[in-house]
Design a protein around this ligand. Sequence first.
Ligand SMILES: [Zn+2]
Length: 128
Amino acid sequence: MTELNGKKLKGSESFKELRKINFMNNDKYKNVYFRYNKKDYLEYAESFDYSNDIKEGKIKGFENDLDFKKSMKKWKIDQFRDFYGFTHKNRVTGQERDYRNYACLDCLEVLRPDFISSKDKYYCVNCL
Ligand SMILES: [Zn+2]
């Protein structure tokens, strides 16, 4: 589920919004949307204390916050994307978005079946 100005968007609405963005200059929106890498997610995680989630059993298999964050360091990028539910942040609005299966995670061009890289379904043929 994606959001725009606090409003929840259905899949088709997200597509419409993305198409609008794609009309913009590519460099311009690459500057607006920031893609999280592993280091960025780890920094993001630092601002949270997961002690209660661990105590309440929402996060299972860890002793405490420190234990959980230690294991995060070994996570693959997709584990962070699944856990936090976003891939990018809009630098202007601060809004976080999950562009997986909607757009190439590098250039944010809307993905079409003939345009998806066979090596990685999250990137277009031009980017991977
Ligand atoms: Zn691309």
